[in-house]
Design a protein around this ligand. Sequence first.
Ligand code: ATP
Ligand code: MG
Length: 721
Amino acid sequence: PSPDDPPYLRGLNTPQRQAVLTTDGPVLVLAGAGTGKTAALTARLAHLLYTRKAWPSEILAVTFTNKAAREMRERVGRLVGDAVEGMPWLGTFHSIGAKMVRRHAELIGLQSNFTILDTDDQLRLMKQLIAAADLDEKRWPARQLGGLIDGWKNKGMTPKDLDAGEAELFANGRGQELYAAYQARLLALNACDFGDLLLHALVLLRTHREVLEQYQQRFRYMLVDEYQDTNSVQYLWLRLLAQARKNLCCVGDDDQSIYSWRGAQVENILKFERDFPGAAVIKLEQNYRSTGHILAAASGVIAHNGGRLGKTLWTEANEGEKVRVVGVWDGPEEARRVGEQIEGEMRPRNGEGGLSLNDVAILVRAQHQTREFEDRFIAIGMPYRIVGGFRFYERAEIRDALAYLRVVSQPGDDLAFERIVNVPKRGLGDKAVQKVHQLARAEGIPLTTAAARILDTDELTPQARRSLGNLVGDMARWRAMAGELPHAELARQLLDESGYTAMLQAEKSVEAAGRLENLTELVRAMEEYESLGAFLEHVSLVMDNENRQQDAQVTIMTIHAAKGLEYDTVFLVGWEEGIFPSQRALDEGGLASLEEERRLAYVAITRARRKATILHAANRRIYGQWTSSLPSRFVEELPPEHIEAETTMSGGESLWRANWSENADPFSDVARGSGRGPGWQRAASTGTFVREPTRIIEARASAVSLGNKGRSDVSVGLRVF
Ligand code: ATP
Ligand code: MG
């Protein structure tokens, strides 16, 4: 380092400088989390511009998200000032692909103003094609075809490229035919789907030599962040472009490959050295993000994976605080604890200002887990944002479910009726709905009443009349049920009988599974309220609470969405078997899916700069039943010397582990008395007394309230009783 260094080199360590200054020839930067890969890539970009090795338009730079692209653009702007007059080719693979395809649309058979279809349009199209092929959509759902086609596109396969095995995956070998029909239909509509943005970009380069050569000349330098999560089509496209000049610099971390479910192939890292012989491979080992304990905890977990490229990580930062592992009683307590701890962190202390909410993130494994935190934060007035998704009560499936509940509880709710009248599809077209509207307006009655009355007229086609008749009949029945069933049970039945659940189940996609989980979570949330009315009121308050102009907010997001980001204080919640690792990963059972979950754990822990807290609850409510859960195996894999375990239940961490022997007498007569009562048995493996879960909760909760003066714990008892 010298004082004459340009601004972008200041502070970089030796291998980072090497990554910046080795401008020519292939470069692979392979390094663990927080070692400054993205920082080095940004400096490299600045360097290329600053030294005029290339014009902004001659550099291709790929980031994993649009947000990351914006940040990189800003940072480079700050480093080299006006030298960056626009960077047309800085963005995600998809955005760059779209740009390229637009420029040469006619070579693909499109016009340059083609539209990009969203998932709904895409599915509608596939449904038509499936029907046109005389297939039963129930047996061969459009979503499934959509998933397959997406997978093929991620592999860079056009319909022609499918082998028999691939085509066999849909409708007894008709996959290829449907894929081809779909592509033809898209062209006819002058449209693309997301996968096409990548596939067309690849086909374009493959089939048009002059275009390929033009871009090979144009892109003097190519830079790729988060390289471990590129999929085949992206890799093939990059390789073609880089073949002439070979100035390709990729940075990544095999331990952070977490998108294999979207076709990402970590093997691309290995292929790099084979495809670009003589590549400079640079390793960064100093971590600048996290304190010692956090780093050691993350390294300890990922060490349990096999087949790693392996790397050393160290930090000059102090040890910092140990990673806190907190066992709590149940989900609500988990949310409460997190809220309390954040409030504590925000208080100024020892003359130092408290933490800003912007420095705090809560990372969940699955979207549905956000609900408990959202409800809690709204209750205590803590502003939050959900990154990479919608707030729980804004999600489409939740709004649909709520609309069903509203139709039942408030027959005059026209908006709710409109929302559900044809969801799931029951063959009620716009025309039929319009007629209902007309009648409602003419007579000044609610839509649901009009729907019933119109059945007595001959306004509707027989088919529409039958469907509407069924719906009207269902609604009447549901209203009658509403008086009798507990409201959560009513919700469950509504979702089943309306065909809503079945609609999602038929989709067989990861997305649909997530939606089903959200619905289960909704029902679970309802159980916490006394009546349907009270619950619906809560929801409208929540919806009203959306103050988006807040400046400081806690961030809640999935681990997937947190990739590449960092926060001072991070809460990692729901570290329980079946949640994280996810049930899906456990059911698939393969080592590969478990290892991917472990990489997620590694990504999660390494987001924290100064403070990481891992929480696991001993009990979760699932389908109205309390079930005990085991702490995640990843908790056990944390090296003990770097963690500080704490449990809010003096008796033990989990129901199954609590050792309530008669002599230990953790609290009082309550625990011992229940231990002797009917229905108890001793689990042979642990010597633990176990019983039917709901009963245990009662016993346990009262024990807590007797034995512990902490106010929050007492409220557990009150709530459960
Ligand atoms: P991830 O694997 O999570 O994407 P990364 O390797 O891309 O991490 P960066 O995000 O680039 O790491 O850097 C992590 C943190 O370290 C950032 O706050 C960055 O500003 C800081 N940093 C990077 N390099 C240095 C350096 N040489 N000196 C001081 N701080 C640095
Ligand atoms: Mg990064």
